[in-house]
Design a protein around this ligand. Structure first.
Ligand SMILES: [Zn+2]
Ligand SMILES: [Zn+2]
Ligand SMILES: [Zn+2]
Length: 258
């Protein structure tokens, strides 16, 4: 199984429009972050987490031409506002693509993007998704997917576990009942917004603390703002912990070096 970091930025991306700060002006490509999203692939299966607003450029960059399913963590714009560009996959595949999320997110998607859940038109000129409330494990060939409820401040949202890897973006706290779903991980991908405390996201110190408690064999931090310079924070992270960057590919499992 391979995980591709499509995007590793927070809601505004990095660089932030009009920002003169050193990170936004940095020439380091690892400081250039599109909105947070991953692709999980094994064999011919491609599973997307979050159709964010940078979906089109991310898919072009990685050469993705097929999606088996889309998982949505929550309804915030930086995680769903690329939903219209899923149309390209409907057009290529000539089929409805299944979309998985919790009940609140499915209801909100139906409200905001009702045309995506209407019966497909014959020319596939609109995105065409089928809605599925994810309450239990599901499987795509060798990829087993487990929903992991977490708290994004006061908003309950979903993280997802894919075999021995888990993706927890936009998280502030993890209930004890979900900690048991995060045992024995080869890879944990975790929210790490900025140095300063935030009401709905993990700060750097909180992310390090939660990563130590979950104790995956490898932890990669994501969903970072322009406060975080890749080289500066990377240099201070303990072994087994690192920062994500757009375009990073990680192998997980049997043949992987994770
Ligand atoms: Zn977000
Ligand atoms: Zn900046
Ligand atoms: Zn959010």
């Amino acid at each position: 199984m391979e995980i591709i970091f499509l995007g590793t930025g927070s809601s505004m991306g990095t660089p932030v429009i009009g920002c003169p700060c050193a990170v936004c002006q940095s020439g380091d490509s690892r400081n250039q972050r599109t909105r947070a999203s991953i692709l999980v692939r094994a064999g011919t299966r491609n599973l997307l987490v979050d159709p964010g607003p940078d979906l089109r450029v991310q898919m072009l960059r990685e050469g993705i031409d097929h999606l088996d399913a889309v998982f949505v963590t929550h309804i915030h714009a930086d995680h769903v506002n690329g939903i219209d560009d899923l149309r390209s996959f409907n057009y290529l595949q000539r089929e409805v693509i299944p979309c998985y999320a919790d009940q609140f997110t499915i209801d909100s998607l139906n409200e905001r993007f009702s045309y995506c859940f209407a019966p497909p038109d014959p020319s596939w000129s609109k995105p065409s998704l089928s809605a599925h409330v994810m309450t239990d494990k599901a499987r795509w060939d060798e990829i087993e997917v487990t929903p992991v409820p977490v708290m994004h401040g006061k908003l309950p949202i979903l993280g997802y576990r894919f075999n021995q890897a888990a993706y927890l973006t936009d998280v502030k706290t993890v209930p004890e009942s979900s900690m048991t779903l995060l045992r024995d991980l080869d890879l944990l991908i975790l929210d790490c917004l900025r140095y300063e405390d935030h009401p709905t996201h993990l700060s750097v110190d909180e992310a390090l603390d939660l990563a130590r408690r979950i104790d995956a064999r490898r932890t990669i931090f994501t969903h970072m703002t322009h406060d975080i310079d890749f080289d500066t924070l990377s240099a201070s992270l303990p072994s087994g912990m690192e920062l994500a960057y757009d375009g990073l590919h990680v192998q997980v499992g049997a043949q992987g070096a994770c």
